[in-house]
Design a binder for this molecule. Sequence first.
Ligand code: SF4
Length: 463
Amino acid sequence: MSSDISVFDIFKIGIGPSSSHTVGPMKAALRFVNALVKKGLDLDSVGAVEIDLFSSLAWTGKGHGIERALVLGLSGEAPESVDNLRAQNIFDLARQQGRLHLLGKRKISFDLNRHIHFLRQQSLPLHPNGMSFRAYGPGELLIFQQNYYSIGGGFVVDDGGGAKIGERATGPLSFSSGQELLELCIREKIKISALMACKEEAWLSRAEVQQGLGKIWQTMQECVKNGLAETGVLPGATQLSRRAPETYKKLLAIKEKRGAYFVPDPLEVLDWVNLYALAVNEENASGGRVVTAPTNGAAGIIPAVLLYYRRFCAGATDQGILDFLLTAGAVGILYKKNASISGAEVGCQGEVGVACSMAAAGLTEVLGGSIWQVENAAEIAMEHNLGLTCDPVGGLVQIPCIERNAMGAIKAINASRLALMGDGHHQVSLDKVIKTMRDTGLDMQSKYKETSTGGLAVNVTEC
Ligand code: SF4
């Protein structure tokens, strides 16, 4: 049976700082203990668990909070529901006392240094983000072993599921290319957002789709709000200060001072878009609650462009927000099916580049663009992100990631404006640019693919 991807696979509520190095490993750890129980093995017979982390996960996992993620997953916590305070307590127990409770039930010794192995020079066959979990019973006997791969955006597959990109049955509205998407819209005489809404109804009721999208939007707004309120430095050796709260104060002061007497700066809207993106990505960097969109590293672009739409575009509506998400989700599905949304596989073009492309499409749809203009906007946004490398300083999702989201959001708005000024005709199709992104990613040296062994990561000294 072939499989499909839902908009709710592209947008997921989780925790920072990384979808592939935090959310994915946490889900894999939880899946491992659940599989162990499902296999009929008694949790009480488990004496120890060991985890090998390979390649990119080994290079940058520590900076991306992978140890905390693994401890939480083994303890039975899921990214979408874990409470921050509980998470901190669970991790402190492991870090300070070397203990955890498997699935919240079975107490075992778990020493971060002894039971998690970082194997930088080794890889598993299917993806650079490989993990191997082992459970030992009495007499240190190996009782269960399983490999998992965190393939970007929080998606996790095991050895048997390498080729399976989704877990939902395909239907008459499924599409695998931009061309197919456009043909379906022409055939059904509907816009991309309407097609996506009908497609989702194969799996969920209409009310569930609306509620699910509403929850995504609400979580995005809460994330911005939290990012504007939190002050201080972000976790990690770089000791990077949060900028969103100060920037917010400055923008409010400018607004107040301006009052009715001065002509507003026409570019002031850019400052607000920048602000929203900074707020989300600073929350993400601190391990806060974010919406993976389509990854955590690139989580700020879509909320920033959505807030631009809601606050600065004439005629913006709440339904427009949902249509934006559905359209952006359609474009995310195309990248997931035909290229990658993993920085470890194709560099940052697969994260910030894809989020930018999705946001440009969503904005163009809700500003009244035709299906061809939407496809054009998505293409323009990726075309000018091709070759973007992933080289996070100190292995942290901070530099260049936080600012890069601000740049990506502005670029998405400009791509949409360029497309809306045209009539939808263009030389380079979205399918061609997606293929080019994938090929460019395959050609990229591994030092530019979330290993922190090239680029800014080696030229910028940590404090
Ligand atoms: S550089 Fe881009 S791909 Fe790499 S961690 Fe940062 S946001 Fe993710």
